[in-house]
Write a protein that binds this ligand. Sequence first.
Ligand SMILES: NC(=O)c1ccc[n+]([C@@H]2O[C@H](COP(=O)([O-])OP(=O)(O)OC[C@H]3O[C@@H](n4cnc5c(N)ncnc54)[C@H](OP(=O)(O)O)[C@@H]3O)[C@@H](O)[C@H]2O)c1
Length: 298
Amino acid sequence: MILIAGGTGTLGTEVVHLLTARGLEVRILTRDPARAEHERGDLVEIVSGDVQDARAVERAVAGTQTVISAIQGFGGIDPAGPQAVDRQGNTNLIRAAKEGETDHFILVSIQGAAPDHPMELFRMKHLAEEELKASGLTWTIIRPTAYMETWATLIGEPLLKSGRTRIFGRGNNPINFVSAHDVARFVELAVVDPAMRGEVVEVGGPENLTMEQFAQTFEAVSGKAGKVSYVPLPMMRLMSVLMRPINPTLARQIHAGVVMDTHDSSFDPSETIRRYPQVPLTSLAEVVRRDYVAPMTE
Ligand SMILES: NC(=O)c1ccc[n+]([C@@H]2O[C@H](COP(=O)([O-])OP(=O)(O)OC[C@H]3O[C@@H](n4cnc5c(N)ncnc54)[C@H](OP(=O)(O)O)[C@@H]3O)[C@@H](O)[C@H]2O)c1
């Protein structure tokens, strides 16, 4: 049995599909079982719980040989924050795995996780990585760059639906984007290939794109031009501070926008491609065709 915490997310949903397609049994941990109900089947169990609740985590981990952490407290529904989810939630999962029968822990971290990163999410992922490495468990750490599918919903989808989109900042900083479907293939590989144990796998996509180029790819592939507006950086900096006491989630997201617009977020995927030729990397144009253009013509 494989536990997947975060099995309802953008990445986790794909991981569930890949593992069950191999005939492997998975257990999804979610705060809201209704979100995963459509996945229930012979190979899929659903358990209710919050990763902040150590008892619920122990119950979810019981009897599993592999634990996959694909959680994050950053975006999504009602985020509790990186400190609560990416740090404490992972601590609870690692502890329960150590005390149980788990023999392999796969942590989905983030490319660039470091103790001095300007974003809390990256600092909390770093702490989770360190804790896992020191735990005595057999581990694999996957460190992906930004997901195309996540940013597609924020930048590309509004362009296709309303003919307008908004870029946070200047939009001219090159960022590496990877498809969550490709990241899921790496997680699948980590489950089935013993050679991945003890490895920190840096996973990037084939292109470094600015947010402007990201939006332009949607326009080019869909054949629909739209209007792009820009939220000025100084306003974002101010808002991220002013919003902190009122709406910390929004403040965090605006701050993330500032960091993504100013911090080096590029990545050279050539080493990933060389080491893992079995996972071809998908371009943004292919993702736009697959997720947006093809469904419109079906
Ligand atoms: N999105 C990106 O650009 C990106 C880039 C690099 C790395 N990553 C990493 O990749 C992994 C997956 O990201 P994603 O974008 O696919 O995630 P997502 O779509 O935002 O989904 C987050 C997942 O975390 C679960 N979760 C959040 N808080 C929880 C809590 N308190 N208790 C239990 N579960 C909780 C959610 O489950 P429920 O809501 O069902 O409870 C959901 O399945 C994460 O580790 C993330 O940090 C993401």
